[in-house]
Design a protein around this ligand. Structure first.
Ligand code: AHM
Ligand code: MG
Length: 342
């Protein structure tokens, strides 16, 4: 045990400074090869690099549009491209990854032939909430990790098109007032805060759970005119339940809205719209990883009809309506809007 003397500024748990590396190694099963642990550690490093660039973005002229349009037809921002590049460069040569899927690239990304093939698939949104970059509002990297279907083959499209139920790990790195890494490898959700003077992620909270009583609901109210009658009735139900104690919070970065609701309890939703029947959120690298985390934290995620984790993707960039957060709030939306039984 370390003496507290002189270390009082550092977060300690039972007198120990728990770095992410130590935590990951302690959680790794004894018979594991360590590849998954190493991928998570590589992602933590990517998070540190992206965090450093995000903090200096205004100084380095990284804010603003990069002059390209991504596969969703949205303007790519310079930091999106930088974050995407950092994650690919840190993962393509390690022999641990079989293929990558990123929001910023139209096709799935193959591992160059000169590098060993790996047994894991990495899917990610390099910077979720990127419309908030220019205005200094929290953004984040979302990631999910799958096993390849056939270890003997190099990564293929079918390895990438797996349902969230097959995720072996998922998480996000949030670039907010502090930088946090939150992840689950199927045994609870754990969070780490980047200690800037050390450049290390230190354990903040082990086994996070949605609080029983929710505090927030997060929907873009302005889109209410494009929602179904049933969807609007659900919003009215949210307003009137819990003795009117639920507050509305929505900042346009799903990852940040999710994080707030994980800590204080609540539900985030991006419903189907009249002209966008699948909403806006992408299944593979946005909805499924957060759904995995939600279930690990005692919550639930649905598209209004079924668990997000049960949907088998047919396209790497497909969109899906999303409701994620406290289980009872998400079950209620299913009860009110599901088209299955009608
Ligand atoms: P992005 O990945 O291009 O940033 O888009 C996803 C984001 C979500 O983080 C957020 O909840 C949503 O788009 C906000 O969209 P809207 O402005 O339509 O409410
Ligand atoms: Mg994005």
């Amino acid at each position: 045990m370390l003496p507290r003397n002189g270390l009082s500024n550092l977060p300690m748990i039972d007198g120990q400074i728990v770095t992410i590396e130590r935590f990951l190694l302690e959680k790794q099963p004894e018979d594991a090869k360590g590849d998954l642990t190493a991928i998570l550690y590589d992602l933590a490093l990517a998070g540190k690099i992206i965090s450093a660039q995000t903090r200096r973005a205004g100084l380095l002229d990284l804010l603003g549009l990069a002059g390209k349009v991504n596969v969703q037809g949205e303007n790519q921002r310079k930091l999106d491209l930088l974050a995407d590049d950092v994650i690919i460069r840190l993962n393509d040569h390690t022999g641990r990854i079989g293929a990558l899927v990123t929001e910023e690239q139209k096709e799935w990304v193959r591992i160059p032939k000169e590098y060993k093939k790996g047994s894991y698939i990495l899917v990610y949104d390099p910077l979720d909430g990127s419309s908030n970059i220019d205005t200094n509002i929290s953004i984040g990297t979302i990631f999910g990790i799958y096993r390849v279907v056939d270890k003997n083959k190099r990564g293929r499209l079918e390895d990438c098109l797996q349902p969230g139920r097959n995720l072996v790990a998922a998480g996000y790195i949030l670039y907010g007032t502090s930088t946090m890494l939150v992840y689950s490898a199927g045994k609870g959700v754990h969070s780490f805060t980047l200690e800037p003077s050390l450049g290390e992620f230190l354990l903040s909270q082990e086994s996070m759970r949605f609080p029983e009583k929710p505090a927030y609901y997060s929907f873009n109210h302005a889109s209410g005119r494009y929602w179904t009658k049933e969807m609007n009735q659900y919003i009215d139900w949210l307003r009137n339940s819990y003795k009117h104690t639920l507050s509305h919070r929505y900042i346009g970065s799903m990852v940040a809205d999710f994080h707030r609701n994980l800590i204080h309890g609540g539900v985030f939703g991006y419903p189907a719209e009249e002209k966008k029947p699948n909403g806006k959120i992408r299944l593979l690298y946005e909805a499924a990883p957060l759904a995995f985390l939600a279930e690990q934290a005692g919550g639930y995620a649905s598209d209004g009809n079924q668990s997000i984790l049960d949907i088998v993707p047919t396209d790497i960039h497909q969109r899906v309506p999303v409701f994620v957060g406290n289980k009872n709030l998400v079950k209620k939306v299913e009860e009110m809007i599901s088209t299955k039984r009608k």
